[in-house]
Every structure is written in C-alpha cells, then in structure tokens.
Design a protein around this ligand. Sequence first.
Ligand SMILES: NC(=O)c1ccc[n+]([C@@H]2O[C@H](COP(=O)([O-])OP(=O)(O)OC[C@H]3O[C@@H](n4cnc5c(N)ncnc54)[C@H](O)[C@@H]3O)[C@@H](O)[C@H]2O)c1
Length: 366
Amino acid sequence: MLDPMLVGRGNWRENHFATKRFVMARLKAAVLGTGSIGDIHLAGYAASPDVEIAALCDVNAARLAEMGRKYGVEPSHLYNNYRDLLKHETLDLVSVCTPNVFHFEMASAAIKKGIPTLIEKPMTISLDDARRLRALAGRTGIKTMVAFSNRFAGPNYTAKRLLDRGAIGKPFMIRVRYAHGGPYPGWGQSDWFYKPALAGGGALLDMGIHAIDMCQFLIGPIRKVSAFVRTLRKPIKVDDNAVVTVDFGPKIKCLGYIECGWTSGPGFGGVEIYGDKGTLILDVNRGPVHLHGTTKPDGTRVVECDPIEVPPGPSHWPLQMESWIRYVQGKKTVIPVPTVEDGYTSLAAALAAVESSKTGRQITLR
Ligand SMILES: NC(=O)c1ccc[n+]([C@@H]2O[C@H](COP(=O)([O-])OP(=O)(O)OC[C@H]3O[C@@H](n4cnc5c(N)ncnc54)[C@H](O)[C@@H]3O)[C@@H](O)[C@H]2O)c1
C-alpha cells in the first residue's frame, strides 16, 4: 500500500517520486519451471511484500497458464522459452526449478545477465558444469544459492547450533535416511525423474544429494566415499535405492552412512548424530528428540530424552524462500545460505558414490 504521507498530498513531483520509490522497492522475480517445486518458490515470492512475480516460464502450456492465473501473472509475461523470458524481462531474482538437466544452461544464462539466481538441487548433473557454474558465479559476483531446503528445517539448523556449541561433544558417527515412495506418480508433472537424460540419476541425485548436503552441513567436508547404488524395485533406468558410507577424516574423526530411496513405506526418516557426550535424533515422522546420555556420580549411565526446542517460525520451504530474498537484499539470514560451492561438493560426493558403486572402489574426494 502506498504511504498516505507520501502520496495524495504535495505536488506532482513528490507524488511521482513516492510512487516510483514504492515500485522500485519491489524485487521482480521469475520462475523457470512452474511444476511442484516451482509452485513452492512462487508461494515464497508471493508471501513477500518486497517481491513482485514478474514472469513465468514452462514448456507445459496448461501448467503455465494455471500458475499464471494462480499468481496473477499476465499472459504477456508467460513464456515457453526461458531465453525469450530473459531477453524481454527486467529481473532482480530468478528461480531455476526445471528438470535437472536444464539447471546449468538456465542458471548460467541468468547469471550472465546479472540476475541473482536460486538453483534447485542437484545444481547440475555433471561435475564439469558444476565447476563452470561455480567459476561463473565467482567471476561475476552475482548472488547465487542452491536450494538445499532441508537446511532450513527447524530441527536441522537447531541441531547444527547444538553441535556447534558442543551439546553432544565431538560427533563420531552420522546416519541420514531420506527415503519415500518416489516422485512419480506423485508430485512430478511427468516421469522425467526416471529418465537418465533429463534427471542425470535417480534416488541418489534426488534424495541422496540432500542427505550428503546434510552430512556436510552438520559435520564437515566428506573426504572418502564408497557406495552401492542400485535399481531394486522399480522398472526404471535410474537407481531407486542407494547406501553410501562416508569418511570425514583424517581431520574430522567421524564416519557417516546414508540410505536413500524411492521405494519405501513408512520407516525411520531423518538424521541421527552420535557424539562422545550424547546423541541427537531428528526423526521427521515422530518429531525431533534430543537424547543426551549422562553418567551419574556412581558411574551408572542414564539417557535423558529431551525434545529439541525448535525456534518458532516458517517451515523449511517458506524459510528457504524468505532467506533467499533477504540474502539478495543484503539482510541477515537465519543460517548462511547454501552456496554454489555446496552445490559443487555435494554433487562431487554423489557422483563419487556412483563411481564407487560401478567400480567397487573407495573414492577419495579432492
Ligand atoms: N529442494 C527440494 O526440496 C526439492 C523438492 C522437489 C524437487 N526439487 C527439484 O526441483 C526441480 C523440479 O522438480 P519438480 O518436482 O518441481 O518437477 P515437476 O515435474 O513437478 O516440475 C518441472 C516443471 O518444469 C517444466 N519444464 C520441463 N522442461 C522445461 C524447460 N525446458 N523449460 C521450462 N520448463 C520446463 C515442466 O513442464 C514442469 O512443469 C528438480 O531439479 C528437483 O530435483 C527440489
């Protein structure tokens, strides 16, 4: 709403300036790929008083029109080709929410135009492209972020704070299990998730990359990887289950194991971290619990089970979008935003897991 103190009084010049200032203050956003996660990004932009949704792009005309209606974007700002969108629109923010194979070319084009860019995970599907994107972002200084949404879940960033202040001592083991029934049929607009050329990989690149990022967010850089990456249950050409073991050493004396999959019914989902003074259990199904082992003066060991106090506020996706907008505005964010470096290192670990599975060798990351 325009400030009545600035408009409706004074002369034309003042009114014009006030209106212009109001318009200029809103960041213009575009979303490339208006499927399930594109809708989540759009909801995040729509929730911000500082952002105007300026343009949308999707190759699916019906979906594009539906999202245009939902978010009040005029048909003249709806595109089926992202190059046309970038050519004709003046933008302050872009989200890349298409199938994985397009992330590299779309994000590169937006960054080259000088537009801050939020890229869905996996950042790219090849390590060479990830390297190129990281270099481009570094060279241009354009703000970028990779959408590792799990970092913005209250229990996860609270666990990070607890770890940083030594609540469970030194962590020596992390277990992450991110698994569900798979994206299609379900939320995906098509079966692109199951097509190697479009997705670049299966459950490991989709779910496992979140788990890898969570390991690096909570513990530190992964140094060695060995894995089994398999297609066990679905008639698809990409993997549907993977088990990855990781070593953070020699500097960080901690091991980790990751299970991810697209064929699971209900079961444990989340993160467990074991330290020399206690354990953190972040169970997405049962609610976060902080287990803290203690030794009484008589030497007997007890386990206290405390709920983790999660700060009030939006859940992970809305908080991710709020953080992205604040980052672009130069404001403080609840946690540092995930970078293209994080996008690169997580992809390197995921592709190392694929190589390990193929060769039967343990892979050391540089
Ligand atoms: N961070 C998270 O929590 C999270 C969750 C789900 C998906 N994702 C990621 O988001 C991306 C999209 O996944 P989704 O679940 O929204 O899939 P989706 O199938 O629901 O949506 C993809 C959309 O992209 C459109 N599209 C395809 N090719 C295009 C092109 N060349 N130009 C423009 N639009 C094009 C499709 O028509 C579709 O509407 C993937 O990279 C996926 O890994 C991230």
